[in-house]
Write a protein that binds this ligand. Structure first.
Ligand SMILES: [Fe+2]
Length: 216
């Protein structure tokens, strides 16, 4: 390589998946559980990718409960970090991050069918309660390779060519991934419920009239 000069190194058509841990989240999670339970007693479930589970209206960023407001503020920080990490020249002063979100509660047997989140740049999920898995696939989130033309696999299932990628969620953590990335959630096999708060976000030129800005 001594005479050879590299002039290109681009992770073309990449699907970066980010994970974050929120600090000191025990009290937040308790408050979120109470707020989610209160909503569930008075609101009908939406029918989207949820099977058996309860899915709230997508009004997370409009909620007045302190627990939801606190989580939204932290989602805004994380989305800003993701935007700046993936686009180092990203100028927050001329953009808004528009987002909506909702609560998912999967009781035993509940799961989410494969789907993507069209119309957004970034999607994510914060995990409020995740039962200890007796079944080693219970409650896993699995991302599916969006590149239809990939036909060869590496013998060691290198992530570059692997057809799927699984993450075992933990309470207090947040995942962020490109909205085009298909994913699904394995059935919760535990008696305890799996509770999460999911969201979609898009980066808009400032002063877009729709949605709720989660970051200035
Ligand atoms: Fe999703």
């Amino acid at each position: 390589m001594s005479q050879i000069r590299q002039f290109l190194n681009e992770p073309l058509f990449a699907s970066p998946v980010f994970g974050y841990e929120l600090p000191d989240c025990e009290l937040l999670n308790q408050a979120l559980l109470a707020a989610c339970a209160a909503r569930r007693t008075s609101e009908q479930s939406m029918a989207v990718s949820n099977q058996i589970g309860w899915h709230s209206a997508p009004d997370l960023f409009l909620r007045k409960e302190e627990a939801f407001r606190s989580l939204c503020a932290q989602i805004g920080q994380v989305l800003t970090h993701v935007a700046q990490t993936t686009l180092p020249a990203f100028d927050l002063s001329i953009h808004d991050i528009q987002a909506h979100g909702w609560v998912n509660i999967n009781p035993k047997g509940g799961f989410n069918t494969p789907h993507a989140h069209q119309g957004f740049h970034w999607s994510g999920c914060y995990y409020v309660a995740v039962p200890d898995a007796q079944d080693n696939r219970s409650g896993l989130i699995e991302f599916l390779d969006p590149r239809a033309s990939v036909s060869m696999r590496m013998p060691d299932e290198s992530v570059l060519f692997a057809p799927k990628f699984q993450v075992r969620p933990r309470a207090g953590t947040m995942l962020i991934f490109p909205s085009f990335l298909n994913h699904w959630v394995y059935p919760n096999q535990d008696d305890d419920e799996r509770v999460s708060v999911a969201f979609n976000a898009r980066v808009e030129a400032r002063a877009h009239p729709q949605g709720a800005a989660v970051a200035p």
